[in-house]
Design a protein around this ligand. Structure first.
Ligand SMILES: [Ca+2]
Ligand SMILES: [Ca+2]
Ligand SMILES: [Ca+2]
Length: 189
């Protein structure tokens, strides 16, 4: 069973992904987040970069849809999402959990390490907050929490550790809880 803290974090995450706030996670939400990111980066519709990022989010949706067991394959409700998290991610096998968090961390890097230097800078992390509609006022605190060795860069290892704690930790002091900003603060749209 999920704990209260896990439910709070995973509900926060669901609400970020439910970009249009209609109570379902659907393909349109993923595409809207991709489009939002293209606006932030100034990629015009029809350009190569635009197509590249939209297809990345389209691919993320396909992976999400294939992973979560929905009543309706076109969308996930919060109940379906929490059930999937409980049974497969938080309280599932370590093997599945490891591959799940590796994928999440890799997707963040593939998408937001824009200069491809193998780290996420604070600016890149702020873009990540803006793309998902996470209140940017939490970005500096979150970044500091995730930057475990305080070198002002987020490495792949630090990202993986953050994703692991975000999805599984039941300790309210785990730094990784802050990956998507403050989980009790809602989103800014
Ligand atoms: Ca939605
Ligand atoms: Ca970078
Ligand atoms: Ca670091």
């Amino acid at each position: 069973m999920l704990t209260e803290l896990q439910v709070a974090k995973l509900t926060h995450y669901f609400n970020l992904l439910d970009f249009d706030n209609n109570g379902f996670i659907e393909k349109d939400d993923f595409i809207a987040i991709g489009e939002n990111l293209c606006v932030i980066w100034g990629f015009k519709e029809g350009s190569d970069n635009y197509d590249k990022y939209i297809s990345m989010f389209d691919h993320s949706w396909t992976e999400f849809r294939n992973a979560v067991d929905y009543h309706d394959p076109n969308h996930a409700t919060i109940a379906e999402w929490l059930k999937f998290m409980d049974e497969h991610v938080v309280n599932g096998t370590d093997e599945f959990f490891k591959s799940y968090i590796r994928n999440v961390a890799e997707e963040i890097f593939d998408c937001f390490d824009v200069d491809k230097d193998g780290t996420i800078s604070l600016d890149e992390y702020i873009d990540f907050f803006m793309a998902y509609g996470i209140p940017v006022r939490y970005s500096a605190k979150s970044y500091t929490m995730l930057d475990l060795n305080s070198d002002d860069l987020l490495s792949r290892e630090e990202m993986l550790s953050a994703v692991e704690e975000f999805f599984r930790s039941n300790d309210k002091n785990s730094p990784g809880n802050w990956l998507y900003g403050f989980w009790e603060a809602g989103k800014s749209l």
